[in-house]
Design a protein around this ligand. Structure first.
Ligand SMILES: Cc1cc2nc3c(=O)[nH]c(=O)nc-3n(C[C@H](O)[C@H](O)[C@H](O)COP(=O)(O)O)c2cc1C
Length: 161
């Protein structure tokens, strides 16, 4: 390998992403939530999306055991929420408006978009597992702006090019 992990991270950070809070209902009934920037659209028909789950995460076993997950795409101004749900102790649900649809996965009512999914496949991928979800339900706000993530920092989208 002609690069080290810092160089690899630096190069990966050049690819801007959105930020999501992935949620699930634990087998014990507890609400799970984890900030993730690895959300990706996968297939239109059937409707599939994915995110990558770090094997080293405290949430790994719980998300692996869940049969469903929901992806809540964060909007501009929700950086604090993203940081909160990236903490090892877990984020706080206090003051958060959440609802459930079909599967019991928490859906954040203030999200820019939400995707409720049934786990379609789990793919081993190095130190992560790729969780592919079949989308069962969606919601989206056609007007709002996303929270963006670029070079390790939260950003606002600039205007059109
Ligand atoms: C902006 C951002 C993006 C993240 N994206 C992912 C991701 O795609 N997959 C993942 O497993 N963890 C991701 N994380 C880390 C998890 O949120 C974090 O690992 C988890 O909440 C638990 O903390 P721990 O890693 O200390 O166990 C991200 C964190 C941040 C702040």
């Amino acid at each position: 390998m002609s690069f080290d992990s810092d160089e690899f991270r630096r190069a990966l950070g050049c690819y801007p992403t959105g930020v999501a809070v992935v949620t699930a209902l634990g087998t014990d009934g507890a609400r799970l939530a984890m900030t993730a920037s690895s959300f990706t659209s996968v297939s239109l028909a059937p409707p599939l999306v994915s995110f990558c789950l770090d094997r080293a995460s405290v949430w790994f076993e719980a998300f692996q055991a869940a049969g469903h997950f929901a992806v809540n795409v964060l909007r501009e101004g929700q950086a604090r929420l993203a940081d909160d749900f990236a903490r090892i102790e877990g984020g706080s649900w206090q003051g958060l408006d959440a609802e459930t649809w079909r599967t019991g996965c928490p859906i954040l009512k203030d999200a820019l978009a939400a995707f409720e999914c049934r786990v379609h496949a789990r793919h081993e991928a190095g130190d992560h597992v790729i969780l592919v979800g079949e989308v069962l339900g969606i919601a989206s706000d056609g007007d709002g702006a996303p929270l963006a993530f670029f070079r390790g920092r939260y950003r606002r989208l600039a205007g059109a090019d």
